[in-house]
Design a protein around this ligand. Structure first.
Ligand code: EPZ
Length: 430
């Protein structure tokens, strides 16, 4: 069983290249089935979730070739099955994007109910409401969401909650509907905008992505395109917080600073210095960290996907901090692991009350999900002594070469797969 072995204490210093955004790449991959022409996508992250989706798409007859580690060539002209029930697709959330994409193109799709990180109830009622409003029938049967339509007709849809997945899914189906669709209370995340830009590059007519009203004029057909996925806001934010918790000096490269504003604002509040240039952000953490309050919100608010990372930083900051997650109701499971490292955190519902301690002590930890797993690695990097993090397959869902990138910044971290490897690591660094 693979785990990360970590010896904390080294300040992370240097530059790290940020990859393509997982949460943009997933809908873009799914949307590429909406044309029979060939699509070329660049800056595709090589992470588990994108690879699972690629495999599931290949199994229904989509031709997908990795022409480089981060580029794919896709042709969906020969799809032979509109039912996606690949075992692994059940474990990722984004399989549901094939519903909107295939419903739009073929007026029929059946996809296994989504899994994904266990961070709350994660309903899909808004996806279903949107598909039905466009004229589709939707039923859930035998573990599949089945949707079918004679024709899809544009309409006015008000989302009851701000949902990234529902906004993108309904936008995809509406792209090939007849007439005009308006989505109100739409999500504004950078990956929603990227998915819209990708669809527009294939000939869609989508306006307003990035605001809370998206207007879509249905088109009859989409064509091939070449597209580059945006940089990953959350991967970048994670490395920025890695600098903060290790008293380091890290520059994240190939980022869009605008997407990182809420993250850099909090880093400044807790005492870090930020230098911004066109596509880089430098975080210098030379002073002791200070407390603050954080509430996660839909974009442009502070992202829920950065909540565990900032909690780790606040756990070793001076004073009392309060972190509230307004997006998911069960995203503090990792706090028990931090408590085993000496943290003083009390969780009440969706709020964590944190009394900063001086330093974590190393412990054997289990990653409960993707972002929490990455945050526990950061805790290990700032801790005294050794830490191990198990269940790191979660981290591989969304971070490419996580430990290698950390090593390149001077972190003492290794991927080990046996007790012998672990002892070797301990000997090497003692
Ligand atoms: C996306 O999940 C991301 N996943 C998540 O990233 C991210 O945490 C989340 O958006 C919020 O930014 C992908 O893009 C694959 P939502 P999604 O629909 O689309 C409620 C990561 O770590 N809701 O915006 O599933 C829902 O319960 C992952 O990379 C409904 O009530 O999130 C939640 O409380 C974890 N009904 C809130 O909305 C619906 O039909 C936001 O969910 C849909 C959602």
């Amino acid at each position: 069983m693979e785990q990360y072995a970590i010896k904390g204490g080294n300040p992370l210093v240097g530059e790290v290249e940020i990859g393509g955004a997982k949460n943009a790449a997933l809908p873009i991959l799914a949307a590429s089935v909406m044309t029979d022409d060939t699509v070329y996508i660049d800056n595709m992250p090589d992470v588990r979730d994108t690879n699972v989706l690629i495999k599931a798409m290949q199994e229904i007859g989509v031709s997908i070739e990795r022409t480089g580690r981060h580029s794919v060539k896709i042709n969906a002209g020969q799809i032979n099955n509109l039912v996606v029930e690949n075992e692994s697709i059940k474990k990722i959330r984004a399989g549901y994007y094939l519903l909107g994409a295939m419903l739009g193109k073929y007026k029929h799709a059946e996809v296994a109910l989504p899994g994904g990180c266990d961070i709350g109830c994660r309903a899909i009622d808004q996806h279903i409401k949107g598909f039905k409003a466009l004229g589709a029938e939707v039923v859930i049967e035998n573990g599949l969401i089945k949707t079918r339509a004679e024709r899809l007709v544009g309409t006015h849809i008000y989302m009851d909650c701000v949902s990234v997945g529902a906004t993108i899914n309904v936008m995809m189906a509406a792209t090939l509907a007849e007439g005009k669709t308006i989505i109100e209370n739409a999500a504004k995340e950078p990956h929603v905008v990227d998915a819209a830009n990708f669809l527009n590059s294939m000939g869609a007519n989508i306006k307003g992505a990035g605001t809370d009203v998206i207007r879509i004029k249905g088109v009859a057909k989409l064509h091939g395109t070449e597209y580059t996925v945006i940089p990953d806001q959350i991967e970048a934010g994670t490395f920025m917080f890695a600098a903060a918790v290790t008293k380091g000096d890290v520059t994240v490269k190939n980022v869009i600073p605008k997407h990182l504003e809420s993250i850099s604002a909090k880093l400044i509040e807790i005492g870090c210095e930020i230098e911004e240039s066109d596509d880089c952000m430098r975080v210098v953490a030379s002073k002791p960290l200070k407390h603050t309050h954080v509430k996660t919100l839909p974009y442009p608010g502070f992202p829920t996907d950065m909540q565990p990372q900032i909690t780790v930083a606040l756990a070793i900051a001076g004073g009392t901090s309060i972190v509230t997650d307004t997006i998911f109701e069960n995203r503090f499971k990792y706090v028990d692991e931090l408590i085993r490292m000496g943290a003083n955190i009390k969780v009440e519902g969706t709020t964590a009350i944190i009394e900063g301690i001086k330093r974590f002590s190393g412990a054997n930890l289990f990653a409960p999900d993707l972002r929490a797993g990455a945050a526990l690695v950061l805790a290990g990097l700032s801790a005294e002594d050794f830490t191990t993090v198990d269940d790191i397959h979660y981290i591989a869902r969304g971070y490419e070469d996580f430990h290698l990138k950390l090593q390149s910044l001077g972190a003492q971290i290794e991927l080990v797969s046996s007790e012998r490897d672990l002892q070797k690591f301990k000997l090497k660094i003692s």
